[in-house]
Design a protein around this ligand. Structure first.
Ligand SMILES: Cc1ncc(COP(=O)(O)O)c(C=O)c1O
Ligand SMILES: N[C@H](C=O)CCC(=O)O
Length: 427
Protein backbone atom coordinates (compact mmCIF):
# COMPACT_ATOMS: atom_id res chain seq x y z
CA UNK A 1 0.00 0.00 0.00
CA UNK A 2 1.44 3.45 -0.86
CA UNK A 3 2.04 5.72 2.11
CA UNK A 4 1.84 9.50 2.20
CA UNK A 5 5.66 9.55 2.26
CA UNK A 6 6.04 7.39 -0.85
CA UNK A 7 3.32 9.30 -2.72
CA UNK A 8 4.92 12.62 -1.77
CA UNK A 9 8.32 11.43 -3.02
CA UNK A 10 6.71 10.32 -6.30
CA UNK A 11 4.77 13.58 -6.68
CA UNK A 12 7.91 15.64 -6.09
CA UNK A 13 9.47 14.23 -9.26
CA UNK A 14 6.77 15.70 -11.52
CA UNK A 15 4.99 18.40 -9.53
CA UNK A 16 7.01 21.32 -8.08
CA UNK A 17 7.29 20.61 -4.36
CA UNK A 18 4.92 17.67 -4.85
CA UNK A 19 1.87 19.93 -4.51
CA UNK A 20 -0.45 22.03 -6.62
CA UNK A 21 -0.70 24.76 -3.98
CA UNK A 22 2.24 25.52 -1.66
CA UNK A 23 0.40 25.50 1.68
CA UNK A 24 -0.36 21.80 1.22
CA UNK A 25 3.31 20.85 1.40
CA UNK A 26 3.63 20.99 5.23
CA UNK A 27 6.84 22.95 4.64
CA UNK A 28 8.28 23.89 8.02
CA UNK A 29 6.21 21.22 9.77
CA UNK A 30 9.02 18.68 9.54
CA UNK A 31 7.09 15.87 7.88
CA UNK A 32 5.43 14.82 4.63
CA UNK A 33 1.86 16.02 4.01
CA UNK A 34 -1.01 13.59 4.39
CA UNK A 35 -2.29 12.21 1.11
CA UNK A 36 -6.04 12.01 1.53
CA UNK A 37 -8.13 9.42 -0.22
CA UNK A 38 -11.62 10.38 0.97
CA UNK A 39 -13.50 12.53 3.42
CA UNK A 40 -16.89 12.51 5.13
CA UNK A 41 -18.49 14.88 7.63
CA UNK A 42 -15.80 16.18 10.01
CA UNK A 43 -13.30 13.49 9.01
CA UNK A 44 -10.47 13.04 6.52
CA UNK A 45 -9.13 9.56 5.72
CA UNK A 46 -5.58 9.24 4.48
CA UNK A 47 -4.23 6.69 2.00
CA UNK A 48 -3.17 4.49 4.89
CA UNK A 49 -6.72 4.40 6.25
CA UNK A 50 -6.05 6.70 9.23
CA UNK A 51 -8.93 8.96 10.26
CA UNK A 52 -8.44 12.61 11.24
CA UNK A 53 -10.80 15.22 12.69
CA UNK A 54 -10.42 18.00 10.15
CA UNK A 55 -10.28 21.73 11.02
CA UNK A 56 -9.14 22.80 7.54
CA UNK A 57 -12.25 21.83 5.57
CA UNK A 58 -10.50 22.17 2.19
CA UNK A 59 -9.41 25.64 3.40
CA UNK A 60 -12.93 26.80 4.09
CA UNK A 61 -15.58 25.51 1.68
CA UNK A 62 -16.71 22.49 3.72
CA UNK A 63 -18.88 24.42 6.16
CA UNK A 64 -21.38 21.56 6.50
CA UNK A 65 -18.68 18.90 6.49
CA UNK A 66 -17.20 16.79 3.72
CA UNK A 67 -19.27 14.99 1.09
CA UNK A 68 -22.45 16.75 2.16
CA UNK A 69 -25.27 14.51 0.80
CA UNK A 70 -27.34 17.49 -0.44
CA UNK A 71 -24.40 18.93 -2.36
CA UNK A 72 -23.48 15.56 -3.83
CA UNK A 73 -27.01 14.89 -4.94
CA UNK A 74 -27.29 18.36 -6.58
CA UNK A 75 -24.14 17.60 -8.57
CA UNK A 76 -25.36 14.09 -9.46
CA UNK A 77 -28.67 15.51 -10.67
CA UNK A 78 -26.92 17.78 -13.17
CA UNK A 79 -24.09 15.47 -14.18
CA UNK A 80 -25.89 13.57 -16.94
CA UNK A 81 -26.83 16.83 -18.71
CA UNK A 82 -23.22 17.55 -19.54
CA UNK A 83 -20.24 19.21 -17.88
CA UNK A 84 -20.02 22.59 -19.61
CA UNK A 85 -21.63 24.35 -22.55
CA UNK A 86 -19.85 27.70 -22.90
CA UNK A 87 -23.27 29.35 -23.14
CA UNK A 88 -25.47 31.09 -20.60
CA UNK A 89 -27.46 28.74 -18.35
CA UNK A 90 -30.40 29.41 -16.02
CA UNK A 91 -28.51 28.01 -13.06
CA UNK A 92 -26.01 30.91 -13.26
CA UNK A 93 -28.85 33.38 -12.77
CA UNK A 94 -30.19 31.25 -9.90
CA UNK A 95 -26.78 31.60 -8.28
CA UNK A 96 -26.55 35.35 -8.98
CA UNK A 97 -30.02 35.95 -7.51
CA UNK A 98 -29.17 33.91 -4.43
CA UNK A 99 -25.93 35.81 -3.80
CA UNK A 100 -27.65 39.18 -4.24
CA UNK A 101 -30.40 38.14 -1.83
CA UNK A 102 -27.92 37.01 0.82
CA UNK A 103 -25.58 40.00 0.41
CA UNK A 104 -27.63 43.15 -0.18
CA UNK A 105 -24.50 45.20 -1.04
CA UNK A 106 -24.30 43.15 -4.26
CA UNK A 107 -26.59 44.32 -7.09
CA UNK A 108 -24.79 42.36 -9.82
CA UNK A 109 -22.28 39.53 -9.68
CA UNK A 110 -19.88 37.82 -12.10
CA UNK A 111 -18.73 34.23 -11.48
CA UNK A 112 -15.06 33.20 -11.82
CA UNK A 113 -13.15 29.94 -11.39
CA UNK A 114 -11.21 30.90 -8.24
CA UNK A 115 -10.85 33.49 -5.51
CA UNK A 116 -7.69 34.74 -7.21
CA UNK A 117 -9.60 35.55 -10.39
CA UNK A 118 -12.25 37.31 -8.32
CA UNK A 119 -9.78 39.65 -6.57
CA UNK A 120 -7.74 40.22 -9.74
CA UNK A 121 -10.87 41.20 -11.64
CA UNK A 122 -12.28 43.36 -8.84
CA UNK A 123 -9.04 45.36 -8.67
CA UNK A 124 -9.00 45.80 -12.45
CA UNK A 125 -12.63 46.92 -12.36
CA UNK A 126 -11.88 49.43 -9.58
CA UNK A 127 -8.98 50.81 -11.61
CA UNK A 128 -11.08 50.99 -14.77
CA UNK A 129 -13.97 52.62 -12.91
CA UNK A 130 -11.88 55.28 -11.14
CA UNK A 131 -9.22 55.80 -13.81
CA UNK A 132 -6.59 55.56 -11.05
CA UNK A 133 -3.67 53.11 -10.69
CA UNK A 134 -2.72 52.96 -7.03
CA UNK A 135 -4.26 50.35 -4.77
CA UNK A 136 -4.07 49.86 -0.99
CA UNK A 137 -3.70 46.47 0.69
CA UNK A 138 -2.70 45.41 4.18
CA UNK A 139 0.38 43.54 5.40
CA UNK A 140 -0.29 39.86 5.87
CA UNK A 141 -3.55 39.93 3.90
CA UNK A 142 -3.65 37.40 1.08
CA UNK A 143 -5.86 37.85 -1.93
CA UNK A 144 -4.68 34.95 -4.08
CA UNK A 145 -1.64 34.94 -6.33
CA UNK A 146 -2.43 38.12 -8.24
CA UNK A 147 0.79 39.96 -9.22
CA UNK A 148 -0.05 43.34 -7.74
CA UNK A 149 -1.45 41.74 -4.56
CA UNK A 150 1.50 39.44 -3.85
CA UNK A 151 3.17 42.21 -1.90
CA UNK A 152 3.73 41.54 1.82
CA UNK A 153 1.13 38.79 1.47
CA UNK A 154 0.02 36.19 4.02
CA UNK A 155 -0.79 32.46 3.71
CA UNK A 156 1.83 30.26 1.99
CA UNK A 157 3.81 33.35 0.95
CA UNK A 158 4.32 34.25 4.63
CA UNK A 159 4.70 30.64 5.82
CA UNK A 160 7.46 30.01 3.29
CA UNK A 161 9.23 33.31 3.98
CA UNK A 162 8.45 35.05 0.66
CA UNK A 163 5.70 37.57 1.49
CA UNK A 164 6.65 39.57 -1.62
CA UNK A 165 7.15 37.18 -4.52
CA UNK A 166 9.96 37.36 -7.06
CA UNK A 167 8.45 37.56 -10.54
CA UNK A 168 6.27 40.56 -9.76
CA UNK A 169 7.73 43.49 -11.74
CA UNK A 170 8.76 46.41 -9.52
CA UNK A 171 6.95 48.70 -11.93
CA UNK A 172 3.72 46.89 -11.07
CA UNK A 173 4.32 46.50 -7.33
CA UNK A 174 5.03 50.23 -7.02
CA UNK A 175 1.32 50.89 -7.53
CA UNK A 176 0.53 48.77 -4.46
CA UNK A 177 0.60 50.67 -1.18
CA UNK A 178 0.88 48.29 1.76
CA UNK A 179 -0.35 49.50 5.12
CA UNK A 180 -0.38 47.91 8.54
CA UNK A 181 -3.54 45.88 9.20
CA UNK A 182 -5.88 47.39 11.80
CA UNK A 183 -4.00 50.73 11.75
CA UNK A 184 -6.79 53.28 11.16
CA UNK A 185 -4.47 56.26 11.68
CA UNK A 186 -2.05 54.94 9.05
CA UNK A 187 -4.95 54.62 6.59
CA UNK A 188 -6.07 58.19 7.26
CA UNK A 189 -2.53 59.55 6.83
CA UNK A 190 -2.14 57.70 3.51
CA UNK A 191 -5.43 59.06 2.16
CA UNK A 192 -4.63 62.61 3.30
CA UNK A 193 -1.43 62.40 1.29
CA UNK A 194 -2.64 60.71 -1.92
CA UNK A 195 -6.32 59.76 -1.59
CA UNK A 196 -7.20 61.16 -5.02
CA UNK A 197 -4.71 58.79 -6.70
CA UNK A 198 -6.05 55.61 -5.07
CA UNK A 199 -8.37 53.33 -7.05
CA UNK A 200 -9.31 50.98 -4.22
CA UNK A 201 -8.68 49.51 -0.83
CA UNK A 202 -8.79 45.72 -0.76
CA UNK A 203 -8.99 44.10 2.66
CA UNK A 204 -9.71 40.79 4.30
CA UNK A 205 -12.33 42.07 6.77
CA UNK A 206 -11.24 39.29 9.10
CA UNK A 207 -7.63 38.52 8.19
CA UNK A 208 -7.53 34.75 7.79
CA UNK A 209 -4.21 34.33 6.04
CA UNK A 210 -2.04 35.40 8.94
CA UNK A 211 -3.91 33.14 11.33
CA UNK A 212 -7.23 34.71 12.42
CA UNK A 213 -7.28 38.45 13.12
CA UNK A 214 -10.66 40.14 13.53
CA UNK A 215 -10.89 43.87 12.81
CA UNK A 216 -10.28 46.28 15.70
CA UNK A 217 -13.30 48.47 16.49
CA UNK A 218 -13.54 51.27 13.93
CA UNK A 219 -11.01 49.86 11.44
CA UNK A 220 -13.51 48.81 8.75
CA UNK A 221 -15.55 52.00 9.30
CA UNK A 222 -12.40 54.04 8.70
CA UNK A 223 -11.87 52.25 5.39
CA UNK A 224 -15.46 53.07 4.41
CA UNK A 225 -15.01 56.70 5.45
CA UNK A 226 -11.77 57.35 3.51
CA UNK A 227 -13.16 55.66 0.41
CA UNK A 228 -16.31 57.79 0.57
CA UNK A 229 -14.21 60.94 0.90
CA UNK A 230 -11.69 60.11 -1.84
CA UNK A 231 -13.85 58.28 -4.37
CA UNK A 232 -11.81 55.08 -4.00
CA UNK A 233 -13.63 51.75 -4.24
CA UNK A 234 -13.84 49.67 -1.04
CA UNK A 235 -13.33 45.97 -1.83
CA UNK A 236 -13.99 43.38 0.85
CA UNK A 237 -12.20 40.16 0.02
CA UNK A 238 -14.72 37.76 1.51
CA UNK A 239 -13.35 34.68 -0.25
CA UNK A 240 -12.80 33.20 3.21
CA UNK A 241 -15.25 35.12 5.40
CA UNK A 242 -18.22 35.11 3.00
CA UNK A 243 -21.07 32.89 4.28
CA UNK A 244 -18.77 31.80 7.16
CA UNK A 245 -18.39 34.64 9.62
CA UNK A 246 -22.14 35.15 9.19
CA UNK A 247 -24.47 34.15 6.37
CA UNK A 248 -24.06 37.66 4.93
CA UNK A 249 -20.31 37.55 5.52
CA UNK A 250 -18.13 39.93 7.51
CA UNK A 251 -19.99 42.89 6.00
CA UNK A 252 -23.14 41.73 7.78
CA UNK A 253 -21.31 40.75 10.98
CA UNK A 254 -19.53 44.12 11.33
CA UNK A 255 -22.21 46.17 9.56
CA UNK A 256 -19.92 47.90 7.06
CA UNK A 257 -20.96 47.98 3.40
CA UNK A 258 -18.26 47.60 0.74
CA UNK A 259 -18.61 48.72 -2.88
CA UNK A 260 -17.35 45.41 -4.24
CA UNK A 261 -17.16 41.97 -2.64
CA UNK A 262 -14.98 39.02 -3.68
CA UNK A 263 -16.22 35.52 -2.96
CA UNK A 264 -14.87 31.99 -3.27
CA UNK A 265 -14.66 28.77 -1.25
CA UNK A 266 -18.20 28.22 0.20
CA UNK A 267 -19.87 29.72 -2.90
CA UNK A 268 -18.62 26.68 -4.83
CA UNK A 269 -19.05 24.09 -2.05
CA UNK A 270 -15.64 22.63 -2.91
CA UNK A 271 -15.83 23.07 -6.69
CA UNK A 272 -13.41 25.58 -8.27
CA UNK A 273 -15.49 28.77 -8.04
CA UNK A 274 -15.09 32.45 -7.22
CA UNK A 275 -17.24 35.51 -7.74
CA UNK A 276 -17.12 39.27 -7.46
CA UNK A 277 -19.96 41.68 -7.34
CA UNK A 278 -21.26 44.93 -5.95
CA UNK A 279 -22.85 48.21 -6.86
CA UNK A 280 -24.63 48.30 -10.19
CA UNK A 281 -22.91 51.46 -11.45
CA UNK A 282 -19.47 49.91 -10.86
CA UNK A 283 -20.37 46.47 -12.23
CA UNK A 284 -21.80 48.14 -15.34
CA UNK A 285 -18.22 49.01 -16.35
CA UNK A 286 -17.57 45.32 -16.91
CA UNK A 287 -17.47 43.85 -20.43
CA UNK A 288 -19.77 43.36 -22.38
CA UNK A 289 -21.74 46.21 -20.73
CA UNK A 290 -18.65 48.38 -20.33
CA UNK A 291 -14.99 48.53 -21.34
CA UNK A 292 -13.26 46.65 -18.48
CA UNK A 293 -12.44 43.19 -19.83
CA UNK A 294 -12.89 40.03 -17.77
CA UNK A 295 -13.78 36.50 -18.95
CA UNK A 296 -13.68 32.76 -18.24
CA UNK A 297 -14.22 29.74 -20.51
CA UNK A 298 -15.60 27.66 -17.64
CA UNK A 299 -16.92 30.49 -15.46
CA UNK A 300 -20.40 29.76 -14.09
CA UNK A 301 -19.93 26.06 -14.72
CA UNK A 302 -23.31 24.32 -14.24
CA UNK A 303 -22.05 21.58 -11.91
CA UNK A 304 -20.22 24.11 -9.77
CA UNK A 305 -23.28 26.36 -9.65
CA UNK A 306 -25.49 23.44 -8.62
CA UNK A 307 -23.09 22.49 -5.82
CA UNK A 308 -22.79 26.06 -4.53
CA UNK A 309 -26.52 26.72 -4.65
CA UNK A 310 -27.25 23.53 -2.70
CA UNK A 311 -24.78 24.55 0.00
CA UNK A 312 -25.94 28.18 0.23
CA UNK A 313 -29.57 27.06 0.53
CA UNK A 314 -28.60 24.65 3.29
CA UNK A 315 -26.71 27.18 5.40
CA UNK A 316 -29.57 29.68 5.20
CA UNK A 317 -31.39 27.77 7.95
CA UNK A 318 -32.10 29.98 10.96
CA UNK A 319 -29.41 29.74 13.65
CA UNK A 320 -26.95 27.84 11.44
CA UNK A 321 -24.22 30.42 12.02
CA UNK A 322 -25.05 30.95 15.69
CA UNK A 323 -24.59 27.24 16.29
CA UNK A 324 -21.36 27.22 14.27
CA UNK A 325 -19.97 30.08 16.38
CA UNK A 326 -20.96 28.20 19.55
CA UNK A 327 -18.95 25.20 18.39
CA UNK A 328 -15.97 27.47 17.75
CA UNK A 329 -16.35 28.94 21.24
CA UNK A 330 -16.46 25.48 22.86
CA UNK A 331 -13.31 24.46 21.03
CA UNK A 332 -11.39 27.69 21.59
CA UNK A 333 -12.39 28.13 25.27
CA UNK A 334 -11.47 24.49 25.85
CA UNK A 335 -8.06 24.91 24.23
CA UNK A 336 -7.33 28.05 26.27
CA UNK A 337 -8.35 26.36 29.55
CA UNK A 338 -6.28 23.26 28.90
CA UNK A 339 -3.24 25.26 27.77
CA UNK A 340 -3.46 27.47 30.87
CA UNK A 341 -3.71 24.41 33.12
CA UNK A 342 -0.54 23.01 31.52
CA UNK A 343 1.29 26.37 31.75
CA UNK A 344 1.42 26.81 27.95
CA UNK A 345 1.02 30.47 26.85
CA UNK A 346 -1.75 30.33 24.24
CA UNK A 347 -4.60 32.53 23.08
CA UNK A 348 -7.33 32.01 20.52
CA UNK A 349 -9.21 34.51 18.33
CA UNK A 350 -12.50 33.86 16.54
CA UNK A 351 -15.00 35.31 14.13
CA UNK A 352 -18.15 33.27 13.48
CA UNK A 353 -17.12 29.92 12.00
CA UNK A 354 -13.37 30.60 11.84
CA UNK A 355 -10.71 30.73 14.53
CA UNK A 356 -6.99 31.00 15.23
CA UNK A 357 -4.65 29.47 17.83
CA UNK A 358 -1.59 31.53 18.79
CA UNK A 359 1.32 30.43 20.95
CA UNK A 360 2.07 33.78 22.54
CA UNK A 361 2.19 35.64 25.83
CA UNK A 362 0.46 38.62 24.16
CA UNK A 363 -3.18 39.18 25.09
CA UNK A 364 -4.19 39.72 21.47
CA UNK A 365 -2.70 39.53 17.98
CA UNK A 366 -3.82 42.33 15.70
CA UNK A 367 -1.38 42.64 12.80
CA UNK A 368 1.49 41.20 10.80
CA UNK A 369 4.10 42.27 13.35
CA UNK A 370 2.41 40.69 16.36
CA UNK A 371 1.54 37.47 14.53
CA UNK A 372 5.16 36.98 13.42
CA UNK A 373 6.25 37.31 17.07
CA UNK A 374 4.31 34.15 18.02
CA UNK A 375 6.20 30.96 18.80
CA UNK A 376 6.40 29.19 15.43
CA UNK A 377 8.46 26.27 16.70
CA UNK A 378 5.96 25.51 19.47
CA UNK A 379 3.18 25.63 16.90
CA UNK A 380 5.06 23.08 14.80
CA UNK A 381 5.38 20.69 17.75
CA UNK A 382 1.70 21.19 18.62
CA UNK A 383 0.63 20.57 15.01
CA UNK A 384 2.60 17.33 14.61
CA UNK A 385 1.55 15.98 18.02
CA UNK A 386 -2.12 16.74 17.30
CA UNK A 387 -1.76 14.94 13.98
CA UNK A 388 -0.38 11.92 15.82
CA UNK A 389 -3.56 12.07 17.96
CA UNK A 390 -5.75 12.12 14.84
CA UNK A 391 -6.49 15.86 14.66
CA UNK A 392 -5.72 17.80 11.47
CA UNK A 393 -5.19 21.53 12.07
CA UNK A 394 -3.94 23.91 9.34
CA UNK A 395 -0.25 23.07 8.74
CA UNK A 396 1.00 26.61 9.39
CA UNK A 397 0.91 29.11 12.27
CA UNK A 398 -0.32 31.67 9.72
CA UNK A 399 -3.53 29.99 8.60
CA UNK A 400 -6.98 30.16 10.19
CA UNK A 401 -8.95 27.13 11.40
CA UNK A 402 -12.41 26.29 10.08
CA UNK A 403 -15.34 24.70 11.93
CA UNK A 404 -18.16 22.82 10.24
CA UNK A 405 -21.69 21.98 11.32
CA UNK A 406 -20.67 18.32 11.06
CA UNK A 407 -18.31 18.71 14.05
CA UNK A 408 -20.43 17.39 16.90
CA UNK A 409 -19.76 17.56 20.66
CA UNK A 410 -18.05 14.20 20.23
CA UNK A 411 -15.37 15.45 17.79
CA UNK A 412 -14.80 18.63 19.76
CA UNK A 413 -14.40 16.67 23.01
CA UNK A 414 -11.96 14.29 21.29
CA UNK A 415 -9.98 17.27 20.00
CA UNK A 416 -9.78 18.80 23.49
CA UNK A 417 -8.76 15.50 25.01
CA UNK A 418 -5.95 15.21 22.45
CA UNK A 419 -4.89 18.82 23.11
CA UNK A 420 -4.75 18.19 26.85
CA UNK A 421 -2.33 15.31 26.33
CA UNK A 422 -0.28 17.34 23.82
CA UNK A 423 -0.06 20.42 26.07
CA UNK A 424 1.12 18.26 28.98
CA UNK A 425 4.25 17.35 27.01
CA UNK A 426 4.69 20.48 24.88
CA UNK A 427 8.02 22.27 25.26
C1 LIG B 1 -9.02 35.90 1.47
C2 LIG B 1 -8.64 35.14 0.24
N1 LIG B 1 -8.67 35.74 -0.95
C3 LIG B 1 -8.35 35.11 -2.08
C4 LIG B 1 -7.94 33.80 -2.05
C5 LIG B 1 -7.60 33.12 -3.34
O1 LIG B 1 -8.53 32.13 -3.62
P1 LIG B 1 -8.13 30.88 -4.56
O2 LIG B 1 -7.13 30.09 -3.78
O3 LIG B 1 -9.43 30.20 -4.79
O4 LIG B 1 -7.55 31.44 -5.80
C6 LIG B 1 -7.88 33.12 -0.83
C7 LIG B 1 -7.44 31.72 -0.73
O5 LIG B 1 -6.61 31.23 -1.35
C8 LIG B 1 -8.23 33.81 0.34
O6 LIG B 1 -8.18 33.23 1.52
N1 LIG C 1 -4.73 30.34 2.86
C1 LIG C 1 -5.04 29.84 1.56
C2 LIG C 1 -6.41 30.25 1.22
O1 LIG C 1 -7.20 30.62 2.01
C3 LIG C 1 -4.91 28.37 1.55
C4 LIG C 1 -5.31 27.71 0.27
C5 LIG C 1 -4.19 27.62 -0.72
O2 LIG C 1 -3.59 28.66 -1.06
O3 LIG C 1 -3.96 26.54 -1.22
Amino acid sequence: MPTSETLFARAGKRIPGGVNSPVRAFKGMGRAPLFISRARGPYLFDVEGQRYIDYVGSWGPMITGHADPDVLSAVRDRLEDGLSFGTPTAVETDMAELICEIMPSIDMVRMTNSGTEATMSAVRLARGYTGRDKIVKFEGNYHGHVDSLLVKAGSGALTHGEPSSPGVPASLAEHTITLSHNDSDGVRRCFEEMGDEIACIIVEPVAGNMNCIPPEPGFLDTLREVCDQSGAVLIFDEVMTGFRVALGGAQAFYDVTPDLTCLGKIVGAGMPVGAFGGKRDIMAHLSPLGPVYQAGTLAGNPLAMAAGIALLRKIRQPDFHTRLAERVATLCDGLEQRAAAAGVPLITQRAGGMFGVFFTEQSSVSDFETVTQCNVERFRRFFTAMLDHGVYMAPSPFEAGFMSSAHSDEEIAATLEAAEQVFAELE
